[in-house]
Each structure stands twice: as C-alpha cells, then as structure tokens.
Ligand binder design. Structure first.
Ligand code: BGC
Length: 746
C-alpha cells in the first residue's frame, strides 16, 4: 500500500453536533424540490427505467445513483451535481457489491461456512477498498436475511438458517465494509437488507408473501439486523414483499417502531428497487400519490428508482397532507452521511486509482484464504482424500469444472467479467507433471428463462448444445473418465440458478449431472465429487455411493486453487454447514432449531410423519469433516445454578486426535426445558473456530448470559429470561452429544 497513490485523505472526523449543524445550514438553503430530490435514487445505466438521470442531477432532484459502474461517468455526474445543481450537494453512488468488486470472494453463504467472522470482515474490507477506488460510496450489503428454505434462490446471499451465526456474520460484514470511520476513503457505506423476513417467502418463491409471528420475527429473523445496527450500519433496505399482509416497504412496525424507536437506528432507509411504487401492486396504496405518502409515513427515506417521491411529495406538502418537517426528517440522515463521509470535501475519485488497488497481491491472497476456509468436507470414505500429488492421469469432469461464472457465483457486480481460476485450472496447476484431461459433459440448462438474468446480463443464456451434442458430450465424459486413474467431478448449479428470482422447486443436481455421476462411478475408478452451488443440494445418491464429497460453494476468484489445495492436502478443510441439507426439495423449510411435539428422531417415540422418507437432513447444520479427528471432553459449567440475569462460562477441552494439523469449530447449543413458550430442541448460542496441531488440546470457554438464555415470548408479549433447567451440548455440529445441565433460578 505504501508505494501507491493514495485515495483522498480522510477528512477530520466531525462531531455529531457539527454534522447536525452543517445539515441544518444545507437544509436552510435548499428548496422543497431539492429536499425531495435527496430522497430520490436514480438509475444511472442506459437500461434503467425512469427519467433521464443527468437532467435530474442537474435540477438537484437526485440524491443518489445506482446501476452504474463506470468511474469516469461517476466523476462526470458528480461534477454536474456539484457545479450545476442549485445547492451543489454531492451524489452517493451505490451498487450491489455483495462478495467482491474485482477480486471476487466466496458467496456470503460460503463465507458463513467458515464460521469465522474474520473471513467475512477481511473479505468485505477488500471489496470496499476496490469498490471505493472505482468511485462507489455505498454497497447494498450485507444481506442478512435468515433463510430456512433452501429452494429460495437468495439463500446464497445470506449466512444461512441460524440467527446466532447470522448475527455474527452480519456484524462482521458491516465492520468490513465500513471500518470504524465513515470518512475513511477505503470504505463503503453498508446496507442491511432486506428488512425484514424476506427469506421466509411462502414456498421458497422469491417475492411471495411472508407470514411470521412476532415470536419468529423477533427470535429468528431480526437478530442479524439488530447486530448490524449495533455494528453501526449506516443504511437499511426495506424488503419487497408483504410481511403479515403489510408491505415491508410501508411497514411502520418494522421501520418506525423496531428499527428507530427500539434499536435507535440513526441512518437512513432505502426501499428495495421500485418498492414504493409497488405499494399499488401490493394493494396497499390507492395510487402513486398515496404510495409516496405511505412510504414517508412509514419512514422510507429514499425511493429506489420508482420516482414516486419526486412525482408526488411536493404536491402532498402543498396540499398539507405531509409537512415540510416530515420531509426534512427523511432528508437529514442522508445529508448527515454525505457530510460524515467527507463527500463535500472529496466528491471525486482518482480515475487511475482502481488499477493500482486491484493489483495488490493481498487482495487475491485474502480471497484465496477465504475460499480455503469456506469449503466443507461432506464425506471422505476410506481416506480417499487428500489425493497424492504423484498421480499420473486425472480426469476432471462436469459442466462446472471449467466455468468461471460458476466459480465466482451469483450476484456479480454489474458489468463484471468473471475471471476466476476454475477447478480444472487449479488441478492442472497443482499437477504439472500429470495428464489432466477434461470433459464438460452435457451443459446445465434452465427450464424457464429468468427475466432477472436477462436484465442483469442483457441476454438470457440459451442452450448451446442440441440433444445429440449433449449425448455426445455425455459419452465423451465417460470415455475421458475411463482413460484416467481417478475422476474429479465438478457438479452443482450454474451461477444464475441461485440468487434473485432464482428459486428452485427441486434441490436435486439439475440436468443430467446425476446420471453422469452414476455412469462414471460405475467405471470403478475412484471418484471425488466437488460441488459448486449456491444452496443446499439433495445429493442423496452421491452421499451414499461417492467416497469423497467437497462442498466448495461458489468460491470466488481463487476458487480453483483453493479446491486443489484441499483435494491435495495442502489445506485441511475446516468449514461447517450454515444450513441443513434436506433430502428433498419438498422437505423445505428444514432447519435444526425446531420445536418438538414428539421425542426427537432416533428415539422409539419418533413419528416419521412422511410416508415416503425421513424428513431428517442429509447433512445437519454445523456439519463438516476434516482430514484429522477431534475429541471433546471435560465439559464444565462455571456454576451449576445461576440467577436470572447473570452469566456462566461453559468450558471444554478439544483435542486433535489425528496426525494432521486442522481446524475444528466448537459449537454450543442450548435447550430450555420448560417455560412460558415452547422452545426449540436446540439453539446455537456460541462457537469458536480453533486450529490444533496433532495431539494438541485447547481449553475453550464460551459464555452464556441473559442475551443467550432469554427470548421473545408470545405468552409474555416481550423479551424474557426465565427460571428453568437448560440442556447444554457442545460438539462439532448440531447433533453434538457432550451434555451438561444448567439450572437458572429466580
Ligand atoms: C434486489 C436488491 C438489490 C437491488 C438493487 C433488487 O432487485 O432485491 O437486493 O440491492 O435490486 O440492485
């Protein structure tokens, strides 16, 4: 970094009072139209619907620009805002930088699989540095929606099914994007989205309504958002869908009561794209005027590109339906953030900066490290892995084996060209002296084209193989594998199969992939399966018949190298699943923290419920193997009895009992045996990823206090902590067996 041309220096950090005073000076000089303009986010790309962005900026009726990723253009538009608009207020340039800008990191679901908040924090810090050097100020991330339904395509953007892990990852990402000082020229404003409950859409169908009790909302879906607020997140995005029949983007309970009154959030809320205008479609607003009024009343500060505010707010004020004070209340936090970022002092970006920033080796190294830590070893029968490096003939097979897109994964930054190291390239680089052959087999085809995919890519991917060509590719893959000593099969989902508007009814391997896997396994050569995917997959056949399976997710720029590191034993895998893997798509939603009516599965009282298969996960939450083995012992709770309101320490020894160094994630689960409400059979309440040398033992201490032992109760109508007996389990996954009891007394 030292040799490099530096980004603009950080302005002296002004105090809250100074910021507020400056905002009042600005407000005093702004017309009502300009104030409304600050609440308007315009689409900057050619395709973006709505009025011409440049004109709006010139008139002072745009506060922010999105869907633009062009450094030179940022400066041009900023110049218009500063020099030609009436009050010269700088623009905020925003974009979805979800898991990297140029250097791409593992998708967020993969980062969560590291169970290491440091992975998320460091990755997002690099993403912020690159995106800021390109001229962006604000990312629409992190997405902190809890997702318990693997069919929902956006599960890939979040941290999985669990509120405790989700909260840790949410806070870490906010720290990574924003750092400690909003005027830092290497950071971005973060945005916690989609507030709230979006991950619980009915049937896993993106955008469909969500029905959640207040108990579910408070205990499961809101904790990551609250963690983001505590970590200082600058902005929030309101979700699209109806939450309990009230659109999230006009939801006063969420946006006024919970977010501002209870959590004390002082930043601003942007709607999801077009969501204020959508209030009509949702049957909530009578017309666009009414939608604008409802948006403001609910506390949506900024209208993302539906132009409902710019069309209607001044009129609503003129008619006395809204007051100037209500508009100013929405404008203040937007101006305050612009002041705090130092945008008035440093509105432009150095157009040569990005190339230097991106070239820093540390960026790729961080991505490589993050990918290594994110992968999960699902199976390793007979110690097939790690593979020997003196192998002579390896066949790398599958439609994703050499796919840069699938390696980088869902949510590419607008206009980004994938440049990842593929698994094929990674293996070839690792085995320079071997014969590494490759056959993609039949391509993965999407049954129903997605409007979203075509909007993002400018085109919908069309099948390139005819049925005859697909058959020839199938046979070629078999012959390629037959001629090798071992086959590495790289299967899963193509990048666009997960993400927005990409729900799936089935969690099976799409297309002819499983058929190909079976045909190649039948050859009798050892087969290693590497999965590239953005959601849990019901790989039941593989789990039974393929000896080694590595869940690599969508691992980013260095993904292929990281897969090779693990396959050949240079890195010992230590990731754990942040989601349960259902055996069928129709078992979703499936998650470990269920309430019980009968005894748990495995006991004689267990009632299987389905006629056609046990609804237990193929791989449970928290699961993941290593090339070494671990043992847990000497579990101790610092006091057998504790008063409501106080804390205990839970300590245990974890020992590496194998012959390789490796990582284990120590997980702590609790269960409250009785109380005002029924509580889940297990809930994660602590974890720590540790590295242990062979034979080494470490004592780990995790704390249980009122935050972990309390919950939101339906019966009590609020947060409570109760006197009750608690089960405590510690271990390597959500089926952990090492057990202790804790008595909480009144
Ligand atoms: C998505 C958001 C995203 C926004 C802007 C919407 O369709 O739901 O997550 O931030 O577009 O690109």
């Amino acid at each position: 970094m030292n040799q490099m041309k530096k980004a603009a220096p950080a302005a002296l950090v002004p105090s809250e009072t100074e910021v507020a005073a400056r905002v009042e000076v600005l407000l005093a000089q702004m017309s009502l139209e300009e104030k409304v303009g600050q609440l308007n986010q315009v689409g900057g790309a050619e395709f973006a619907p709505g009025p011409n962005a440049e004109n709006q900026i010139r008139q002072g009726t745009a506060g922010s620009v999105l869907w633009l990723n062009d450094t030179k253009r940022f400066n041009e538009l900023q110049k218009i805002a500063i020099e030609e608009s009436p009050s010269g207020i700088p623009l905020l340039f925003a974009l979805d930088v979800i898991h990297g800008y140029r250097t791409i990191f593992p998708v967020p679901l993969a980062m969560a699989s590291s169970w290491d908040p440091g992975v998320a924090e460091k990755s997002q810090a690099v993403a912020a540095r690159e995106a800021r050097a390109a001229g962006l100020h604000w990312t629409f991330g992190p997405m902190v929606d809890i997702a318990r339904d693997a069919r929902w395509g956006r599960i890939v953007e979040g941290a999985g099914e669990d509120p405790f892990l989700g909260a840790a990852m949410a806070a870490a990402q906010v720290r990574g994007f924003q750092g400690n000082d909003l005027s830092d020229p290497e950071r971005l404003l973060a945005c916690a989205k989609h507030f709230a409950g979006y991950g619980a859409s009915e049937g896993g169908r993106d955008y469909d309504p969500v029905y959640l009790s207040e108990t579910q909302l408070r205990n499961i879906y809101l904790p990551p958002f609250e963690a983001a607020v505590k970590a200082g997140v600058a902005t929030f995005m309101s979700a699209y869908m109806d939450l309990n029949d009230v659109p999230a983007s006009a939801n006063r309970l969420l946006l006024r009561q919970v977010l501002r009154q209870e959590w004390g959030f002082t930043g601003f809320v942007v709607s999801d794209a077009f969501a204020v205008g959508n209030l009509l479609v949702q049957g909530h607003a009578r017309d666009r005027r009414d939608a604008a009024r409802r948006g403001i009343k609910a506390g949506v500060n900024m209208d993302m590109s539906s132009y409902t505010y710019t069309e209607n707010l001044a009129g609503l004020v003129a008619e006395g339906i809204l007051s100037v004070a209500e508009i100013e209340e929405m404008v203040r936090p937007i101006l305050a953030l612009k002041v705090k970022m130092g945008l008035f002092e440093h509105p432009y970006v150095d157009e040569g900066l990005l190339a230097q920033v991106v070239a820093q080796p540390e960026h790729r190294q961080t991505s490589h490290w993050a990918a290594q830590r994110s992968m999960v070893l699902l199976k390793n029968e007979g110690g097939l892995l790690p593979l020997k490096k003196d192998m002579k003939k390896v066949a790398v097979i599958g439609p994703l084996a050499d796919s840069r897109e699938a390696t980088e994964g869902s949510w590419m930054v607008f206009g980004h060209k994938p440049a990842a190291v593929t698994v094929l390239q990674g293996i070839r680089a690792r085995l320079p002296d071997a014969q590494v052959t490759y056959a993609p087999g039949p391509e993965i085809q999407r049954d129903i084209p997605s409007w979203f995919e075509s909007a993002m890519a400018g085109t919908t991917r069309k099948p390139t193989q005819t049925p005859d060509e697909a058959e020839a590719a199938f046979q070629n893959a078999i012959e390629t594998a037959r001629a090798a000593d071992l086959a590495v099969m790289v299967l899963g989902e193509s990048a666009e199969m997960a993400g927005e508007a990409a729900s799936r009814a089935s969690l099976d391997l799409p297309g002819r992939q499983e058929e190909l896997l079976k045909a190649i396994a039948a050859l009798g050569r050892p087969v290693v399966l590497v999965l590239l995917n953005g959601r849990p997959l019901s790989v039941n056949w593989a789990a039974e018949h393929i000896p080694a399976i590595l869940e690599a997710w969508e691992p980013g720029t260095e993904g292929g190298h990281a897969v090779a590191d693990i396959l050949f034993g240079d890195v010992n895998p230590g990731g754990k699943l942040p989601v349960s893997f259902p055996r069928k798509g129709s078992h979703a939603p499936l998650y470990y923290a269920r309430n019980l009516t009968h005894s748990p599965e495995g006991s004689p009282m267990y009632n299987p419920r389905y006629w056609d298969g046990l609804p237990v996960p193929l791989y449970p939450f928290g699961y993941g193997l290593s090339y070494t083995t671990f043992e847990f012992s000497n579990l101790e709770v610092s006091a057998p009895q504790v008063k409501v309101g106080s804390s205990v320490n839970v300590s245990l020894d974890v020992t590496n009992t194998g012959s390789l160094a490796g990582d284990e994630v120590v997980q702590l689960y609790i269960h409250q045996r009785w109380g005002s409400d029924s509580r889940p059979m297990r809930e994660l309440k602590g974890f720590e990823r540790v590295t242990l040398q062979p034979g080494e033992t470490k004592r780990i201490t995790l704390r249980l206090g009122p935050d972990e032992l309390g919950y939101w109760s339906t019966n009590a109508g609020g947060w409570i902590q109760e006197a009750a007996t608690f089960d405590i389990w510690v271990g390597a996954d959500s089926l952990a067996t090492l057990h202790a009891e804790l008595e909480v007394v009144g």
